[in-house]
Design a protein around this ligand. Structure first.
Ligand SMILES: Cc1ncc(COP(=O)(O)O)c(C=O)c1O
Length: 424
């Protein structure tokens, strides 16, 4: 873990003011917020809300706001001008190319799909070039989305984390801008900007829930974790917003696939340091197959997750994809994972002590309103079609594991050791 410069991991960077800048920069309509009324009733919850990022700028994932906002921040800094005065995407593109004699800058990144597509889209809109590397086994459809925006894309023989290092090397060799959505040694500025781009969806979601249900606010939030940039940014936003309004910050559930559960393992270790997960990181939930946490995302999660770190079996993501399809929402693997897990938790068999313990620990019940981000649509159409044909996977003893972590200020008067309880 490398040490971020002072201020880098402060939630204030990700609050409502930042979200307002991001929303103004893009100037687009919010993505839909879909209430799952039937599921909420069946799961004995007051509300379940899906923020549907499959509809974000036609790019099927929230990542596009991060990639494009981050690239815009880099370009405006390079020009020495305030981003807010650049006239949005079109204005920035024109000014940059004018100042650079029409010569675009090359941005290089590694991706398991959505971030690379975001960078390719951003480069195209902003008049720049993108070079993208992908880990072995990446789906052809995800490659096609990237090359479809005119970017160069290569599928390597490496796992995600090695591929990230490879992209950094390529940048050095070629004088390109290394443009990653996670941190590295002395590399914090760009991932911080990308994270700021993610705050907009949280801002939209809170407004939409309030409007939909007469001022209601989420009591719980579920966030998927790959490197933890998205979860750190959204949680950072929620901490800032709810504290500014004097309200209790939603109880947070962090979700990972069981074979790439670096946040879960780090939380289980319990001293604030990170644990890397190595190997193939094999899971169909491709967007979350990361074994090394962001040095901006993790400190925010460690300090502010008042809830639980959870790892799940892939089958629960498939259940969620089918459930959302039946509600008219297109959900890829990452999106389905959140709903599939909440359903598993709320519809657990009566003798499922583990689920009961987690529900109790999180205070999940009839008063709870749960916000879940459908972070992607069918970004791998072949697997999407396959999953839709499969039957639901029944609850199993080890289809999820958790570390409960309630913060001292919100937990009951139990001793600290009890509050930071690790499930065996
Ligand atoms: C669809 C989707 N959801 C969630 C995530 C997790 O985001 P992060 O890697 O910032 O934790 C990703 C990351 O690629 C993703 O593509």
């Amino acid at each position: 873990m490398s040490s971020p410069p002072p201020g880098t991991v402060e939630t204030a960077r990700f609050g409502p003011e930042t979200a307002a800048h991001v929303r103004a920069f893009f100037g687009t309509e919010p993505t839909p917020l879909v209430p799952l009324r039937g599921s909420a009733a069946a799961w004995r919850l007051a509300g379940v809300y899906i923020k549907d990022e499959s509809k974000r700028l036609g790019q099927q994932a929230f990542k596009v706001f991060g990639g494009a906002y981050g690239m815009a921040c880099w370009m405006s800094k390079n020009l020495g001008v305030e981003l807010q005065s650049c006239g949005g995407i079109e204005g920035l593109r024109k000014t940059y190319l004018e100042k650079k004699g029409g010569v675009p800058t090359t941005f290089v990144t590694c991706t398991d799909g959505n971030h690379g597509r975001a960078v390719a889209w951003a480069a195209k809109q902003l008049g720049q070039k993108a070079v993208v590397y992908m880990p072995k086994g990446s789906a052809q459809a995800r490659v096609d989305h990237i090359t479809g925006h005119g970017a160069e894309c290569t599928v390597t023989e490496m796992n995600y984390d090695d591929c990230v290092k490879f992209a950094a090397e390529k940048a050095k060799q070629n004088g390109w801008v290394y443009f990653q959505d996670t941190t590295g040694p002395d590399y914090f500025e760009i991932p911080g900007w990308i994270m700021q781009g993610y705050t907009a969806m949280a801002d939209e979601a809170i407004e939409q829930i309030k409007q939909l249900d007469e001022g209601a606010l989420p009591t719980h939030v579920l966030l998927q974790v790959g490197v933890g940039s998205m979860a750190g940014a959204v949680l950072g936003y929620l901490v800032e917003r709810f504290r500014q309004e004097g309200l209790p910050v939603p109880v947070a559930m962090m979700l990972e696939p069981e074979n790439a559960a670096c946040a879960y393992e780090s939380a289980k270790k319990g001293d604030g340091s990170t644990v890397d997960v190595e190997g193939d990181l094999e899971s169909m939930i491709a967007g979350l197959c990361c074994g090394v946490l962001s040095d901006i995302g993790w400190p925010i999660l460690w300090k502010h997750v008042d809830g639980a770190f959870v790892k799940i079996a892939d089958g629960l993501a498939g259940n969620g994809m089918r459930l959302l399809k039946s509600e008219g929402v297109e959900a890829g693997e990452c999106g389905g994972a959140g709903v599939g897990f909440v359903r598993r938790l709320m519809l657990a068999p009566a003798d499922d002590k583990k689920a009961a313990e987690l529900r109790r620990g999180l205070g999940l019940g009839p008063e709870s309103r749960v916000l879940i981000f459908n972070t992607e649509g069918a970004t791998d159409p072949a697997n999407y079609e396959k999953q839709l044909q499969l039957p639901d996977v029944p609850a199993a003893a080890h289809d999820f594991e958790f570390v409960l972590r309630r913060l001292p200020e919100t937990a009951t008067s139990e001793p600290l050791a009890e509050m930071l309880k690790v499930q065996a």
